[in-house]
Design a protein around this ligand. Structure first.
Ligand code: NAG
Ligand code: NAG
Length: 448
């Protein structure tokens, strides 16, 4: 799960959220986590997550009228106002302007102090109807206490003019980052702010043209681990699904620097983010993949894999390799289609230069990946099984001569069979275990 922050997008749906939040806030000012979670559900992913990867363990902060400091890993509902306090270097959040405005209005216009959930639902339904241009009937309901949609939109447009554009913000941040008087703490929070901004394709591209990407790449070489980690995070987010920025990062020498970081002594938490940056840089980018291979990337990863006893990096590495294998496979399969576009032919040619499977075979991955099967985590095993199947065309001889692989597979199969047959687990889990069985059987079949 990777939720993408949406700062300036989707005004209409955010609007619904403002209103919902406002009702919620007036009625349940003192309740916290419950209502925050409800908001998250209702808006389907409109939550801003400030960390990549560790899905599921972020905490949603419910903003109030007062500024409160955000801790790393905390998320806020869309529409909240987040700012960087340059004195303290902390990120802070409070209710967004619209939310505050309506909170005020509610206080002024009505003596009512609570709105029942039923009423709230009715309001939400009404708001949705209001959004359809043809429906203009205004009943004497709770919804009529809100101002008409058109007026609201006009005010929001005016507000937009007052708010600094992302470009202005980035320029200011970069200036401050580059200033010799900035402290490490300030630089760290600036990087966090940039990381947030570059999720938007345009912002990441503008960062390049402002010279900011190069600044970020240079910061990878900093002597401070925290700066290394944060700059890798910004870089990874900036190149994600953004071909133009991927090219710029390659030109700026990012790949070589990242590989050096992976190959040298660094704390695990730094390497985690560096790996994220490498994976994002290589994704759907055969040119970078080819350079990754020719610069010994697979060897660097295999040493990392061998040294990672805890398993935190192992799964990420195998997932990344699996993604690369299947990416190439998908392109080649589509390549069998006659009447193909010329650009696809070129893509096909570029992928043909990426000798991924051969490289994996050479660097000993045929025997490394099966080690993940011993993990107690279903997820790790699944990644291992999928990668092993994808590598079967080059690895099958080594699988067959592996001393314990067959036994491991049989034991796993037994274990999943037992779990499926037991009455304890629920439908969804059962499906997952059946999928695992299919993977195990498919692999077992290849070993015969
Ligand atoms: C950072 O500062 C240096 C010199 O002080 C300057 O050459 C460079 O353009 C600045 N970079 C950015 C992105 O502002
Ligand atoms: C980082 O440092 C290494 C070694 O000092 C150097 O080769 C590399 O070019 C530097 N990378 C960047 C982006 O400055």
């Amino acid at each position: 799960m990777q939720l993408t922050p949406s700062r300036s997008a989707a005004p209409l749906s955010s609007l619904a959220l403002f209103l919902l939040l406002c009702c919620h806030m007036t009625s349940t000012l003192s309740q916290k986590s419950d209502s925050a979670l409800a908001v998250v559900e209702n808006t389907e992913g409109e939550v801003e997550v400030m960390d990549e990867g560790d899905e599921g363990d972020f905490e949603v902060v419910q903003p109030t009228e007062e500024w409160q400091t955000l801790k790393p890993g905390q998320a806020v509902p869309a529409g909240s106002h987040v700012r960087l306090n340059l004195q303290t270097g902390q990120r802070e959040v409070r209710l967004g302007e619209e939310q505050l405005k309506y909170l005020d209005q509610e206080h002024r216009e009505t003596e009512e102090t609570s709105i029942s959930p039923e009423e709230l639902k009715r309001v939400m339904k009404k708001i949705k109807e209001d959004m359809k241009p043809e429906s203009a009937e205004h009943q004497d309901s709770v919804a009529s206490r809100f101002r008409p949609m058109e007026e609201l939109k006009r005010e929001m447009a005016e507000l937009d003019l007052l708010v600094q554009t992302d470009d202005q913000i980035m320029r200011r941040l970069l200036e401050q980052f580059n200033s010799s008087s900035s402290t490490t703490e300030q630089r760290l929070s600036i990087l966090l702010e940039l990381e947030y901004l570059v999720h938007q394709v345009d912002n990441a591209q503008n960062l390049c043209s402002m010279g900011g990407l190069q600044l970020v790449v240079e910061t990878l070489n900093s002597s401070d681990f925290r700066l290394q980690q944060s700059s890798a995070f910004v870089l990874g987010s900036a190149v994600s699904s953004n071909p133009e920025v991927q090219v710029k990062a390659m030109e700026g020498g990012a790949l070589q620097t990242l590989l050096t970081m992976l190959a040298t002594d660094q704390p695990l938490w730094v390497k985690k983010k560096v790996l994220f940056a490498v994976a994002s840089l290589l994704r759907n980018f055969p040119f970078a993949q080819r350079h990754f291979l020719s610069r010994g990337g697979l060897q660097v990863l295999s040493e990392l894999f061998r040294g990672d006893r805890g398993g935190v990096l192992r799964t990420r590495i195998v997932t990344m390799l699996y993604d690369m294998i299947s990416e190439k496979e998908l392109i080649s399969q589509a390549g069998l289609d006659p009447g193909l576009h010329a650009s696809h032919q070129e893509l096909l040619r570029q992928y043909s230069l990426v000798s991924l499977r051969e490289g994996l075979l050479e660097e000993g991955w045929c025997s490394l990946i099966p080690e993940l099967l011993d993990s107690p985590e279903h997820d790790f095993r699944e990644k291992a099984l999928r990668a092993m199947l994808a590598l079967a065309p080059v690895c099958v001889d080594q699988y067959r001569s592996h001393s314990s692989l067959k036994v491991s597979l049989l034991l796993l199969r037994e274990q999943y069979q037992d779990m499926i047959q037991s009455q304890m687990i629920l439908g969804e889990e059962n499906e997952y275990f059946e999928e695992m069985m299919d993977l195990i059987n498919a692999l077992h079949f290849k070993l015969r």
